[in-house]
Design a protein around this ligand. Structure first.
Ligand SMILES: *[C@@H]1O[C@H](CO)[C@@H](O)[C@H](O)[C@H]1NC(C)=O
Ligand SMILES: *[C@@H]1O[C@H](CO)[C@@H](O)[C@H](O)[C@H]1NC(C)=O
Ligand SMILES: *[C@@H]1O[C@H](CO)[C@@H](O)[C@H](O)[C@H]1NC(C)=O
Ligand SMILES: *[C@@H]1O[C@H](CO)[C@@H](O)[C@H](O)[C@H]1NC(C)=O
Ligand SMILES: *[C@@H]1O[C@H](CO)[C@@H](O)[C@H](O)[C@H]1NC(C)=O
Ligand SMILES: *[C@@H]1O[C@H](CO)[C@@H](O)[C@H](O)[C@H]1NC(C)=O
Ligand SMILES: *[C@@H]1O[C@H](CO)[C@@H](O)[C@H](O)[C@H]1NC(C)=O
Ligand SMILES: *[C@@H]1O[C@H](CO)[C@@H](O)[C@H](O)[C@H]1NC(C)=O
Ligand SMILES: *[C@@H]1O[C@H](CO)[C@@H](O)[C@H](O)[C@H]1NC(C)=O
Ligand SMILES: *[C@@H]1O[C@H](CO)[C@@H](O)[C@H](O)[C@H]1NC(C)=O
Ligand SMILES: *[C@@H]1O[C@H](CO)[C@@H](O)[C@H](O)[C@H]1NC(C)=O
Ligand SMILES: *[C@@H]1O[C@H](CO)[C@@H](O)[C@H](O)[C@H]1NC(C)=O
Length: 828
């Protein structure tokens, strides 16, 4: 009641006060009246946000969000820009007198709570170059009058991003629907066109076909239809086109191959049919091509050999025929290849072994036959290999064990025979395995991924034995058969083995005589078994091997990309021992500088950095010895309901601050900046009091031979700064990016995933929607701190490294805020 009275009074006062000035109306005073009238139509909160809007001259009186051009001789300045984002403006555009604001060039009301329809009179603002109304609550159709905005270069009406979930369940209150206006590019100057995640239906605007100015187009997640080979043309400037999740049909025409600057083409989840035009090979700058989940037929065009920039190629879930063309082996930048769920036949092309950057290879659900080519084992960056549901036969090649960073291995539903090679134990990163529905037999490799695998992942084989299979392994290795045969075999093998054993013993003793390369640093502050042993590196080495029973798998507490972590109890003290992958040639070449760097790392003392005690390097094993923390990793905590709940908002804020403090110290307080390079939630460990410690600082580079300062090496997938994909220099800003991802992970309770790409595209995301749903909403001071963390995280994941803050300024911001929050309650 009160609210509406005030609004009425304001409105009439304004009429009384400004009536005289209307007599000598200038464009600026007319614009002022229009803005005041609109302000009066908004709710009370919005009016208070716009409280600086008083008087009759927005250009002189500093109105919030309003800017003017400069007066030139004889011409008064006029309002050219209104930018009011993210202040919860609530109301409609119904009372906006657009004619009086026709000089406006920029109109940005993104991320507010405006509702109602977009008025057709918007077409009167004929000078608009930039119109952004995304992340509001508008409804209804887009007026076709938008097509009259002949200067429009950017139109953004992106749908509701408030949920932060992708793909959006055709989610939601903020959805625009109906057809898109046909005249959108009549002027021929539209470059950015984004209406993704709405409910638009019907055909794409006719004017798009000839719109040669297009640069970036995002229409994904709507209900648009039409024959794409008719409705889209040739776009010389086009960089990015996403039409995924719509109802388009027709063929992948030659038009796309004539877009020379196209880097991303995504038309997944539509109703495309026919063959893929071989002319598509003309789009030689393509980095991402996603045509998955359509009804495409025919073979994969050999013209794809020209797409040498391709990083992601997704053709899965179609009806493609023929063999895997060997030209794919020429795509040496490929990281993610998915050809699953097609009807591909013939053997797996060995040439795929030349795509050395592959991280994901998915050939599942085809009709591929023949053995698994050993060439696959050259793909040492592979993280996921899915060959399931084919007709593959023969044995599993033992060399596959060389894929040391593979985490997921699916060989199920083939016709593979023989035993599973024990060399697969070298796949130290393996966590998920499925070999079911084959003809495999014999014991499982002695490693967690197999021993902990569920029955379903091992079942329906010929005779696998061991944990979770139907058979128990015989005590003697080897499988029972004809007794006579076995004894003959033993007769032949035993002497051979005996000889080899002798050779091994000799070699072993020789190696033991050579002193292992050991670097250990004294711990000055407290007594410690290593001091007691007076840094006899060799002794330490032997004691650790002894405590771990020669790295028996029962002592394993974790596995990561760089090695396996064991828990070692020596003299009643507990250590974490990280065993690295076998050193490669050249890695230890500069032993001296290597030792120096390790020494520097062991000298670091910071309450939030896991202490590195030393490093043992021996021709048999090399490993790092760390402080043992009993609280487990951040990843584990977030993955477990009970611990995640115990890890409340206060603890989370503290944890992020601790991580920031550790990074700031290493970047700015050491004689030379030390860059982590592989910060992820597995590298943050808790002690028993929930104090976070960063582990593995600086070791990524030391332990990974090909990772010099200029590097294509990337840390853990999902935390790597985007510029590293293009071989940029590794510097502190890469850590800052990973820190941003990590912070979002702490707040959301899970890795932000695809949200990261979105953050780089859009401005509006509601913070509360991000918060881990398992916890109650944070209150008061803590809420403000969480809010600050979100802001900091957003700035850290900025696409451009230069725009990311330094860790020092982040720690300062975080500590200042803690003090400010105590005395200052911000009200909006
Ligand atoms: C305009 O107002 C803002 C805040 O209302 C203030 O920070 C700024 O100094 C003002 N600028 C001028 C030129 O008056
Ligand atoms: C207006 O003039 C000021 C000072 O002369 C200048 O800094 C500013 O860039 C000008 N703005 C525009 C939009 O031309
Ligand atoms: C936005 O404003 C509306 C109406 O004034 C209010 O109900 C709502 O709580 C506000 N939302 C936020 C996030 O401030
Ligand atoms: C958007 O509008 C719907 C109904 O029209 C309403 O339920 C919802 O609260 C609004 N959302 C916001 C953010 O204002
Ligand atoms: C503004 O646009 C509306 C709707 O398109 C139109 O009816 C009206 O005549 C226009 N106003 C002026 C002054 O041109
Ligand atoms: C596109 O341009 C061609 C040739 O300039 C013209 O014939 C055609 O009518 C145009 N199509 C549309 C939809 O404007
Ligand atoms: C294509 O991209 C290159 C380099 O990014 C640029 O120089 C060129 O102008 C672009 N071509 C068109 C037609 O925009
Ligand atoms: C799509 O349009 C092309 C070109 O006009 C035509 O050849 C093709 O048959 C159409 N496809 C479908 C599925 O209608
Ligand atoms: C897909 O296109 C085919 C014809 O090419 C048509 O029969 C079918 O109904 C379409 N499916 C959908 C879901 O639109
Ligand atoms: C391989 O692709 C298929 C089809 O897209 C998918 O269902 C499957 O999960 C993928 N496999 C892996 C390991 O991601
Ligand atoms: C599996 O391989 C065996 C020979 O090793 C063969 O007899 C059998 O027919 C194959 N099964 C299928 C389904 O291809
Ligand atoms: C055997 O499988 C169970 C789960 O079914 C697992 O808890 C156990 O650790 C496994 N044993 C070994 C020796 O890995």
């Amino acid at each position: 009641m009160c609210g509406s009275v005030v609004a009425v009074l304001l409105f009439s006062c304004y009429n009384l006060l400004y009536a005289p000035s209307l007599a000598t109306a200038t464009p600026t005073s007319v614009a002022a009246s229009a803005l005041l009238k609109w302000k009066a139509s908004l709710d009370k909160h919005s009016q208070s946000v716009l409280s600086s809007w008083v008087g009759s001259n927005p250009c002189h009186n500093n109105w919030t969000g309003v800017s003017c051009n400069n007066a030139t001789a004889g011409v008064e300045s006029v309002v050219t820009s209104i930018i009011i984002q993210n202040v919860n403006l609530t109301g409609t555009l119904g009372d906006l007198d657009t004619w009086s604001l026709r000089n406006l060039e920029t109109f940005d009301l993104s991320n507010n709570a405006l509702y109602g329809s977009i008025p057709s009179s918007i077409g009167n603002m004929s000078n608009l170059r930039y119109l952004s109304l995304n992340a509001n609550n508008f409804s209804g159709t887009i007026p076709s009058e938008i097509g009259m905005l002949r200067s429009l270069g950017l139109l953004s009406l992106t749908g509701n991003l408030l949920t932060g979930h992708i793909p959006y369940s055709i989610v939601y209150d903020n959805m625009l629907s109906g057809p898109l206006p046909n005249e959108i590019c009549v002027s021929g100057s539209l470059s950015h066109f984004t209406v993704s995640n709405n409910l638009f239906s019907g055909h794409v605007p006719k004017s798009l076909k000839n719109c040669s100015s297009l640069f970036r187009v995002r229409l994904e997640n709507n209900q648009l239809t039409g024959n794409i080979s008719q409705d889209f043309g040739i776009y010389p400037k086009l960089d990015y086109m996403d039409l995924s999740y719509n109802k388009f049909y027709g063929e992948v025409s030659s038009n796309w191959g004539s877009c020379p600057n196209l880097t991303s083409l995504k038309i997944s989840n539509n109703n495309l049919s026919g063959k893929i035009s071989s002319e598509l090979g003309g789009a030689t700058r393509l980095v991402q091509l996603d045509l998955s989940s359509n009804h495409l037929v025919g073979e994969i065009p050999t013209s794809f050999e020209r797409l040498s920039s391709l990083v992601n190629l997704h053709l899965d879930n179609n009806m493609l025929l023929g063999t895997i063309p060997s030209v794919l082996g020429d795509l040496y930048n490929l990281e993610d290849l998915n050809l699953a769920k097609n009807s591909l036949t013939g053997p797996i092309n060995e040439k795929l072994g030349e795509c050395l950057k592959l991280r994901m290879l998915n050939l599942s659900s085809n009709k591929l036959e023949g053995p698994i080519p050993i060439h696959i084992s050259k793909l040492d960056k592979l993280e996921s290999l899915d060959l399931s549901e084919n007709n593959l036969n023969g044995r599993i090649p033992p060399l596959l064990g060389g894929l040391t960073v593979v985490q997921t291995l699916n060989l199920s539903r083939n016709n593979l025979t023989g035993s599973i090679p024990s060399s697969l134990t070298a796949m130290v990163s393996l966590t998920t395995v499925d070999v079911s529905f084959n003809q495999l037999e014999g014991p499982l490799p002695k490693m967690r991924a197999f021993e902990d695998a569920p029955k379903e992942a091992l079942g329906h084989n010929k005779g696998l034995c061991g944990n979770n299979t139907e058979l128990e392994c015989p005590t003697q290795p080897g499988h029972q058969g004809n007794k006579k045969k076995v004894s003959i075999v033993i007769l032949i093998i035993l002497p051979t083995l005996g000889f080899m054993f002798l050779v091994l013993v000799v070699v072993f003793c020789y190696l033991r005589k050579r002193n292992p390369n050991v670097t250990f640093r004294p711990q000055e502050t407290r007594t410690h078994p290593f001091t007691i042993w007076s840094y006899d590196g060799k002794m330490v080495y032997e004691r650790i091997i002894e405590a771990l029973e020669d790295f028996d798998s029962k002592h394993i507490i974790g596995v990561g990309g760089y090695g396996t972590v064991y828990k070692a109890e020596l003299s009643s003290e507990i250590f974490a021992v990280k065993k690295n992958h076998a050193p490669e040639d050249g890695e230890m070449q500069n032993l001296k500088s290597f030792k120096n760097e390790i020494r520097a790392l062991t000298e670091i003392r910071h309450q939030n950095i896991v202490k590195l005690y030393g490093f043992c390097s021996h021709s048999r094993h090399s490993f790092l010895v760390y402080e043992f923390l009993s609280g487990g990793s951040l990843r584990n905590v977030l993955n477990h309901m009970k611990q995640a709940v115990e890890f409340d908002w206060e603890k989370r804020v503290m944890a992020v601050k601790s991580i920031a403090s550790a990074l700031s110290y290493m970047h700015h307080d050491c004689s030379q900046p030390i860059i982590h390079r592989d910060l992820s939630s597995s590298n943050v460990l808790f002690d028993s009091d929930w104090v976070a410690h960063v582990s593995d600082f600086g070791t990524a580079r030391l332990l990974k031979p090909d990772s010099s300062n200029w590097t294509s090496f990337a840390g853990t997938l999902g935390y790597i700064a985007p510029e590293l994909a293009y071989t940029m220099e590794v510097n502190e800003k890469c850590d800052v990016y990973s820190f941003g991802v990590l912070t979002l992970e702490v707040i959301m309770g899970k890795h932000p995933g695809e949200l990261l790409t979105l953050l780089q595209e859009t401005k509006g995301i509601s913070h509360t929607e991000l918060l881990d749903q398992r916890l109650p909403l944070p209150e008061e001071q803590v809420a403000q701190q969480v809010e600050l963390l979100v802001k900091v995280a957003f700035s850290c994941v900025h696409k451009s490294p230069q725009s990311r803050p330094s860790m020092r300024s982040i720690t300062l911001d975080l500590s200042v805020e803690t003090h400010a929050a105590k005395s200052n309650k911000i009200s909006t």
